[in-house]
Write a protein that binds this ligand. Sequence first.
Ligand code: S3P
Length: 435
Amino acid sequence: MHTDTISTGRLSRGLCGELCVPGDKSISHRVAILAGLAEGKTRVENFLCSADCLHTLTAMQQLGAVVDLEPNTSIITITGTAMHPKPPREEIDCGNSGTGMRLLAGVLAALPFPSRMTGDESLCSRPMGRIITPLELMGAQITACGARPGCAPLEIKGRKLRGIEYTLPVASAQVKSSVLLAGMFAEGTTSVHQPTITRDHTERLFSHFGIPCAVSNGGLTVQIGGGVFPQANNISIPADFSSAAFWVVAACVVPGSELLLRRVGLNPTRTALLHVLRRMGADIQISNEQRTCEPYGDIIVRSAANLHGTELEASEIPNLIDEIPILAVASAFAKGKTTIRHAAELRVKESDRIHTIVTNLRAVGGEVEEFDDGMIITGGVPLNGCVLDSFGDHRIAMSFLIAGLCAEGSTTLHHCENINTSYPDFAKHLRQLTQ
Ligand code: S3P
């Protein structure tokens, strides 16, 4: 068997016990960048040592940050560059990570030297115009040199930037964060208006690292002054809600399950999946909630006998965008129709997730209608395991391995190596819970 192939089969008993999923990916990227720019040493507990975040950490090392990893732990210490990064000797490789590339572009655009960023085939086919446009309005000079227009590799000639007021044409936390990070270095004030609320980790971490940042208009407008200086500040990163989501859905759909997921990030801009699953009839409870810079708590999930379909609201989409592959799996086991529209952004993720979800759901016998901006799934039809491709997309791989736990026969996913981008212990945790 290839090491990048994983199979699951129908479970004869529930998923029981407890689990700690690894640290949050979005927060780990931002901590690497802000601690890497800060003055002083930041000790980071539960940093996500996955391929995506390690690429961002390496980029910050290329810019002069010093990183010490405590062996056999997920604790790292980052000594920052005190807002004086040095020119990288080589091109910066962001791997598979859109977050890494878009956020770093905001920093690199403002630095007084040229740099070049690249990534893997998937990343080099994703739209970068969405960050190039606002960064150029701030005075940046960025050339997209990819084979596809507007795509990476990016060549950046760093220069002095000026603050802007920018309205995001798409609800994207990556674009918001890229502009705000550039705003730290710019002359004057930078304001970003979002059409709907997107994840607010950048804003929360600005405060954590001592950077004044004003949030107004019900969270839709974020403002930062230029010339600010982040100060090192130790942090413990909660478990990634998006990784926990696979087990939340698994426990909902596998009969006889009762799972406890410990210290999971519960930032309200990330947890719309919980509201949607509860609306579908799921039995989910939260305990030990802690209201720190990034709130977290324990999630207790028990299997739900009668899940039923629901319709997602447009405003919910950005707050569960990464959970749509696993929500689609939950919907396939829920009676009736689940409508997921207003989600065209899925087409430009690590894969075209509307196409890859629909293709794999149909392959296992699911009933699904495809739209430009989403899908309607008719659930409750028995699924039959088969051989599937992950399309090089970590969340597609993990979602359909979970589907396999309730499908007839065996479900085999090829090309699972990309699970390492976000959840390196997934296969181990799957074995732990199922064997
Ligand atoms: C992320 C934001 C989301 C999400 C991505 C991580 C972030 O992308 O899909 O996995 O860390 O800011 P968009 O903001 O582009 O929707």
